[in-house]
Design a protein. Structure first.
Length: 89
């Protein structure tokens, strides 16, 4: 179960895994189908994020676009700050 969970997480996040684990996935029809679905879902999430970002910047008012960019940069800054905190590690 732990190995299958790790393989699923690796496929969803597109981070990869060892060659031996990849062979286990490719050689098992159910795991291969699950991994394929997770890879598609992971990429769909990325595409949705990029589309949302692009649409938030598409506005007729320069002030609104600047506020959106500031919110994105601020949100990224908070995420980086939270990841660097000692308790988060």
């Amino acid at each position: 179960w732990d190995q299958a969970k790790f393989q699923a997480l690796s496929a969803f996040s597109n981070s990869g895994y060892t060659t031996r684990e990849a062979e286990q996935i490719v050689n098992h029809p159910v795991r291969r189908r699950i991994a394929s679905s997770l890879i598609v879902l992971g990429n769909a999430g990325l595409i949705t994020t990029v589309a949302t970002l692009a649409s938030s910047l598409m506005t007729e008012h320069l002030w609104r676009a600047a506020v959106n960019v500031g919110a994105i940069i601020g949100g990224l800054g908070v995420m980086i700050w939270l990841m660097r905190r000692r308790r988060a590690r």
